[in-house]
Write a protein that binds this ligand. Structure first.
Ligand SMILES: [Zn+2]
Length: 510
C-alpha cells in the first residue's frame, strides 16, 4: 500500500492555546478550508511528534493512581466533502482534526480525558486527569510497547484525500446531467462525494502498539420526481473503505440512473394497506433491519446492564432454525471494515445467532473484562474525544438455501420490501418501526403495484422467530452511519432475499 503520510509539524494544523480536560470539556478542532486544491502537505503523520517512549511515559503516568489498564489513542483525521444541488456546486469543505484520548480502567470505572495540544506538559496533565478514577496503593507497571502487524481489509490504492475537489466535482456534474435528462418529471438532483481519512495509533499498558490508516469514501445521488400532486424520491450510492480508483464517470451515471429508476417507480405509488402481512425483503437492501432491530440488542453493554431484550438468552433459541446472524469487520472494502477496532483488537467475524441460537455478543474491552468474555474486535469510538463502546461493523443475516424466486412465489398477498429506510428501535423491548422508501404489493406470488407510506412495526425477537425462508443470495451493500450514545460510526449491513411470515404493516389504507 502507498504511504500517504509525510512528517509535518503539528503546529501547521492546530490552533494555539488548545485545551486539555476530561471528556466533554473541550470542543473539536475544525478547520474548514475553501474548495481550492488541498494543501500539498495534506495528511501528516502524528507519530512524527509522538514517539513510543512518549506514549510509554503517558501510560505510566495514567497508571500512577493504581488503575488496572491504561491506553493512549492518537488520532489525525482529514475529511473532505463536495456537494451539488440545484445545478450548482453547493458546498465544499475540508476538516482537520487531531488529538489524543487517554483512558484508564479500574473495575467498572472508566477515567477518560482528551487533549488537542500535543505538547508533553498538556498530555501529562491529560494522563493525570484520566488516572484519578483509581485510588490504590499498589501501582501496576505497564508492559513495554511492541508493534503488531495487522492485515488490511481496505481497498485503497489512491487516497481520496489526494484528489482535488474540482476532479471530484466532475462525478457530481455527470450524475446531475444524467439525472436531469432521465425524465421530465425529475425536478431535483442532489449529489455528494465525501471521504474521511484517518490515522490512528493505539498503545496500552499490556504492550499493544498498533497503527492504522483508515479511509472511507462515498458517492451519493438523490433524486426527486413530481407529477401533479404526486411526489417521490429515489437514491443510490456507492461507498466503503474504498480508494478513489473505485469512482469514475460511468459509476456516477449508473448511480444517477438507479436513483431515477427508483423515483420514477415510486411516483405512481398508492397508499399501503394496514394490517398483518407476510413480507419479502430484497437481497442487500434490508440489512439495516438486522442492524437496528437485532444487532444493537446483541451489544455487550446492554447485555451486561440487562437493558437488552437478549441479556439472558445466551445459548437459547431466539430465532427460527434457518436464521444466522453475523458481524464481520473483515469484509474487504465494506464501509464497516476495520483492520483493528479503536482499542487495537484485530477485526474478526463473529457469529451472533447460529441457526437460531444466541451464540455470542459484541464486546469492547471494558465489558469483555467485566463479563469474562473474549474480545471480539468491536470496541469502537467516534474520535479521540470519546471512549470506546461496543459497536457493530458489518452486520448481516447469513445465507440460506431457499430459491429467491420461490420465496416471492410463496406469498399470496404481502409486501415486497425493495429497500428499507430509517428505523426507530427500543433496545430494551426490541420494539421497532421502519419506513420503506421502496416497496411493492405482492399478489398471487407476483410483485405488482408500488406502495407508499409502508411502515414495518413489531418486535425484533418476534420477527426473528417468523423468518421462514432465506435465500443463498447474500449481499452486503452500502451502509451508513450508526449513532449510539452520541457517537457516530460508519457501518454496513446486508441480507439475502428472505421471508418473514407475518409483520404488522402500518399503512394509510384500511
Ligand atoms: Zn445503529
Amino acid at each position: 500500500m502507498k504511504t500517504y503520510f509525510k512528517p509535518v509539524t503539528r503546529r501547521k494544523f492546530l490552533k494555539t492555546g488548545a485545551a486539555g480536560g476530561v471528556i466533554i470539556a473541550t470542543l473539536p478542532i475544525w478547520k474548514l478550508c475553501s474548495c481550492s486544491a488541498p494543501p500539498s502537505d495534506f495528511y501528516v503523520n502524528p507519530a512524527s511528534d509522538l514517539s513510543k517512549e512518549t506514549l510509554e511515559k503517558l501510560i505510566e503516568i495514567a497508571l500512577q493512581k493504581g488503575g488496572e489498564f491504561a491506553e493512549v489513542y492518537v488520532e489525525y483525521k482529514v475529511d473532505n466533502r463536495v456537494s451539488l444541488e440545484e445545478n450548482k456546486i453547493y458546498g465544499a469543505g475540508r476538516g482537520v482534526e487531531m488529538g489524543v484520548g487517554i483512558r484508564v480502567l479500574h473495575g467498572e470505572k472508566t477515567g477518560y480525558a482528551y487533549c488537542d495540544d500535543l505538547s508533553f506538559d498538556k498530555l501529562k496533565q491529560t494522563a493525570e486527569v484520566a488516572s484519578f478514577i483509581a485510588a490504590e496503593k499498589e501501582v501496576r507497571q505497564p508492559v513495554g510497547l511492541k508493534s503488531s502487524k495487522i492485515p488490511s481489509y481496505y481497498l485503497v490504492k489512491v487516497a481520496p484525500d489526494s484528489i482535488v475537489p474540482k476532479k471530484k466535482a466532475k462525478l457530481l456534474w455527470k450524475a446531475n446531467s444524467v439525472g436531469r435528462a432521465y425524465d421530465k418529471k425529475i425536478n431535483q438532483v442532489n449529489v455528494g462525494f465525501s471521504d474521511v481519512n484517518k490515522k490512528i495509533i493505539i498503545a496500552n499498558s499490556e504492550g499493544t502498539w498498533v497503527e492504522d490508516v483508515q479511509t472511507i469514501s462515498r458517492l451519493f445521488v438523490s433524486i426527486s420526481a413530481i407529477e401533479g400532486d404526486k411526489r417521490s424520491r429515489g437514491y443510490a450510492y456507492k461507498g466503503g473503505t474504498l480508494g478513489y480508483e473505485h469512482y469514475d464517470l460511468k459509476l456516477a451515471e449508473e448511480l444517477a440512473k438507479d436513483a431515477c429508476r427508483m423515483a420514477m417507480a415510486m411516483l405512481p405509488a398508492e397508499d399501503a394497506p394496514a394490517g398483518e402481512y407476510p413480507i419479502v425483503m430484497a437481497k442487500g437492501r434490508c440489512g439495516t433491519f438486522f442492524h437496528e432491530a437485532i444487532g444493537h440488542s446483541l451489544e455487550s453493554d446492554g447485555i451486561r446492564k440487562k437493558t437488552s431484550c437478549f441479556w439472558d438468552k445466551k445459548g437459547k433459541m431466539i430465532a427460527s432454525k434457518i436464521t444466522s446472524l453475523a458481524d464481520d469487520g473483515t469484509i474487504p472494502g465494506a464501509r464497516g471494515a476495520i483492520n483493528v477496532d479503536d482499542e487495537g483488537t484485530p477485526a474478526q467475524k463473529n457469529i451472533l445467532i447460529d441457526k437460531g441460537i444466541c451464540s455470542n455478543f459484541l464486546y469492547d474491552r471494558l465489558n469483555a473484562g467485566l463479563m469474562k468474555a473474549k474480545l471480539t474486535g468491536n470496541g469502537r469510538r467516534e474520535s479521540y474525544q470519546h471512549y470506546p463502546i461496543p459497536r457493530m461493523t458489518n452486520t448481516y443475516l447469513m445465507a440460506g438455501e431457499d430459491d429467491p424466486e420461490s420465496i416471492v412465489k410463496s406469498v399470496k398477498k404481502g409486501i415486497y420490501v425493495a429497500r428499507i429506510g430509517g428505523g426507530n428501535v427500543t433496545w430494551v423491548t426490541g420494539r421497532f418501526v421502519f419506513s420503506v422508501p421502496e416497496g411493492y404489493l405482492i399478489e398471487d406470488g407476483k410483485i405488482t403495484k408500488p406502495l407508499k407510506g409502508i411502515q414495518l412495526m413489531g418486535k425484533g425477537p418476534e420477527a426473528l422467530k417468523n423468518i421462514v425462508m432465506v435465500g443463498p443470495d447474500l449481499e452486503i451493500w452500502g451502509g451508513g452511519t450508526c449513532g449510539k450514545d452520541g457517537q457516530a460510526k460508519p457501518v454496513s449491513d446486508g441480507n439475502p432475499t428472505l421471508k418473514v411470515s407475518k409483520i404488522t404493516i402500518g399503512g394509510a389504507k384500511v
